[in-house]
Design a protein around this ligand. Structure first.
Ligand code: FVH
Length: 298
């Protein structure tokens, strides 16, 4: 039986509402409960609130009722469409509140949510989650935040109980920019890795043993990433990985080998094309980082 919430003026500082009790929302609500915060919860499928009610949470009958129950309202739903739908049902109940959206989404969605919240007299914080539900409440989950500095300063201590928090400034879309970039970085690396596993498998090499060897070498990438970042910022490109003139000499063999064993070479052809253009432009003594200059700006 869902109970209605009662407002407790004595302990408002540690009152929080969580809208959305999927794997991540439930982990967040449970972390707040474990830390002794008065936690009100709501989920579209009400049964998902029951384990949290057993753990001491108050389940609200509607999202608006849940939002009205606490000064801090945390939203963690599947996607931007779900957020729009749920916030539409909450509407004016966010007035005077701090609205924190942890749902994955784009910088544009974050900026629109910020405008929506401000128009209703609420402060908005956009957060993103990088890590898995079981690790919420530990430093192993990263939470980039952006938006209202006042709200972040007021509720930062509580948000830091969820994991490793980084504040990216007042511009509401900044946390989503970081999230999109970090997630994309992961996919960029991992799709290349999968294609490479195809290559070693085609040559009869044990993919797990190869993965182990790559994993042992990955640490060497970190200083290279940092130096490339510095090179791009400075626009000054030392011959990282050796001069392009030398690197390019390998590309024909690398591509023909792949194609000879039926392995995708589209990414290697992209690299070869960029190297050839950079060398033709007279920058053959520069390094791989200098290819940045050829990558199209939108
Ligand atoms: N789970 C993970 O490992 C990743 C880690 C990194 C960050 N993500 C993001 O976290 C958001 C929530 O993900 P989740 O894992 O909790 O997702 P689900 O378990 O599928 O729960 C989805 C919740 O969203 C509710 N919902 C969906 N559509 C609607 C809607 N139209 N109206 C209202 N609520 C909606 C759903 O409700 P129900 O199905 O239980 O009724 C769940 O509460 C997400 O952005 C990840 O990218 C997680």
């Amino acid at each position: 039986m869902l109970t209605t919430t009662t407002v407790d003026p004595i302990n408002r500082a540690s009152q929080v509402t969580v809208l959305g009790l999927g794997d991540m929302g439930s982990a967040i609500a449970r972390t707040f409960l474990d830390r002794g915060h008065r936690t009100t919860v709501w989920n579209r499928t009400a049964s998902k609130a029951l384990p949290l009610v057993d753990a001491g949470a108050t389940a609200a009958a509607t999202a608006a009722e849940a939002a009205a129950a606490s000064p801090l309202v945390v939203v963690c739903l599947l996607d931007g469409a779900a957020v729009d739908e749920v916030l539409g049902s909450v509407d004016a109940a966010v007035a005077g509140k701090v609205l924190v959206n942890l749902t994955s989404g784009s910088p544009q969605q974050a900026r629109a949510n910020d405008r929506w919240a401000r128009a209703r007299g609420a402060e908005y914080l956009d957060g993103k989650i990088m890590g898995d539900p079981p690790y919420v409440g530990t430093p192993h989950v990263m939470f980039p935040f952006s938006g209202s500095r006042t709200a972040f300063e007021a509720h930062g201590p509580m948000l830091r109980e969820l994991g490793t928090v980084v504040y990216h400034g007042e511009e509401a879309g900044s946390a989503a920019v970081e999230f999109m970039a970090q997630v994309a970085m992961g996919y960029e690396i991992l799709i290349g890795f999968l294609h490479t596993l195809r290559l070693v498998q085609a040559e009869g090499v044990d993919v797990a043993e190869f993965a182990e060897r790559v994993a042992n070498n990955v640490a060497a990438l970190a200083p290279l990433l940092t130096s490339i970042g510095n090179a791009v910022r400075a626009g000054d490109y030392p011959p990282d990985l050796g001069p392009l003139n030398v690197q390019a000499a390998l590309m024909d063999d690398l591509i023909s080998h792949r194609e000879s064993i039926g392995v995708e070479a589209v990414r290697m052809r992209e690299v070869e094309g960029l190297m050839d253009r950079r060398i033709a432009d007279g920058f053959g003594a520069q390094g791989f980082s200098s290819l940045f200059e050829l990558l199209a700006k939108a």
